[in-house]
Design a protein around this ligand. Structure first.
Ligand SMILES: [Ca+2]
Ligand SMILES: [Ca+2]
Length: 368
């Protein structure tokens, strides 16, 4: 006969716990460790990116000169939004704060004057009126060196009207918000208690815990013929056959996540990063010794060495631009393939476009 077990008091959870006798110092020590190693809980909609050392940039021949040289970088653990900030997310910010995006404000000529060559005449009123840059498909093949064939300054274009007056975000609540200038993205991040990721963090996160891959999902652009991102399909910029199901932006999370659970790290919309853009950032960084820890980008755009083949040559040397990463629904393998992990470009911080959005990061430790 087995010994009878004592009755269990099921009304008290502690009654189910075994009583462990331990050294009197164990409990105070455990409390000390809990406080000392206090981990920030993972905020909703974010994942913990563990941090570590990785190879940033690429020396591969089929990459741009601004991605070279490949070099070792360390990043501390941080949190990253699993998906781009959506129209619904941004609407909450605007409702709570009354924030007016840069595209919705008239251009400040006094400020603009500091960013153009001296002696530039004041532009006509329609150029100074509120607006933004809108992509328009061309009627036929064009010279791919002339981006003005498909980018058009459009009065009335804004996050609410991403393709200009008459366009709407109704029904696109879960699409990434676009027509967001870097300064708008930063304002949102501050409101959300977050920040923009550094370029190093973004690139580390895009790799999804793997090393040496060309894309956030692996080395093959279309494994087993499957589209892994929203990019341009057809002939750029005059024929979009929508083979990947989307002509413009797509709802966030329409394609598989990468190894960290991050969606759309390649394609859909570009993501703003916090760093100032320079084509020579990596070349300058590697002149110093050792592995670079948590780089936050160049201090200034001044003194940038022009690089032949830079996909983002500045209109005016020394003008401030900020890094964008990940490519968009406009990228095509025959054109720029900017959804590669190491691809990088610069864009003026006060200009929104219909293919640039953002996602936020947050420190995982109390303070850096
Ligand atoms: Ca597409
Ligand atoms: Ca993206």
């Amino acid at each position: 006969m087995p010994a009878r077990l004592p009755p269990v008091d099921t009304n008290h959870r502690h009654a189910m716990l075994p009583v462990v006798k331990c050294h009197p110092l164990i409990l105070p020590l455990a409390c000390f460790l809990l406080v000392a190693c206090k981990l920030t809980p993972t905020p909703s909609g974010m994942v913990l990116i563990p941090g570590g050392e990785f190879t940033m940039g690429s020396d591969a021949p089929d990459t741009y000169p601004n991605e070279r040289p490949a070099h070792r970088v360390k990043v501390a653990p941080f949190f990253m939004d699993t998906h781009d900030v959506t129209n619904a997310d941004f609407a909450k910010f605007v409702k709570a704060t009354g924030y007016v995006t840069i595209a919705e404000r008239p251009v400040d000529w006094e400020e603009m004057k500091t960013q153009v060559p001296p002696g530039t005449p004041k532009p006509p009123a329609d150029v100074l009126a509120p607006g933004s840059l809108v992509f328009r498909q061309t009627k036929g093949p064009v010279d791919l060196r002339d981006m003005s064939a498909w980018w058009h300054w459009t009065n009335g274009a804004s996050w609410l009207h991403p393709d200009g007056p008459g366009s709407t975000i109704a029904g696109k609540e879960n699409h990434p918000v676009v027509q967001i200038a870097w300064k708008d993205a930063k304002a949102y991040a501050v409101w959300a208690g977050k920040r923009l990721p550094t370029e190093a963090e973004w690139e580390f996160a895009a790799a999804g815990g793997k090393s040496g891959n060309r894309y956030p999902w692996g080395n093959e652009e279309r494994p087993a013929g499957k589209f892994m991102l929203n990019r341009w399909t057809g002939h750029f910029p005059d024929l979009n056959d929508e083979l990947d199901r989307f002509a413009g932006t797509s709802p966030v999370g329409s394609f598989p996540a990468n190894g960290y659970g991050l969606y759309d790290m390649g394609g859909n919309v570009w993501n703003w990063c916090s760093d100032i853009y320079r084509a020579d950032t990596f070349a300058e960084r590697t002149t110093s010794q050792g592995v670079c820890c948590d780089p936050s980008g160049p201090k200034s755009p001044l003194g940038e060495k022009m690089m032949p083949g830079d996909p983002s040559p500045p209109d005016v040397p020394g003008i401030e631009r900020r890094v964008i990463k990940g490519g968009s629904f406009l990228c095509h393998p025959d054109y720029c393939e900017s959804y590669r992990i190491t691809a990088r470009r610069g864009s003026p911080p006060d200009t929104g476009t219909s293919h640039v959005g953002f996602r936020c990061a947050k420190d995982a430790a109390p303070a850096k």
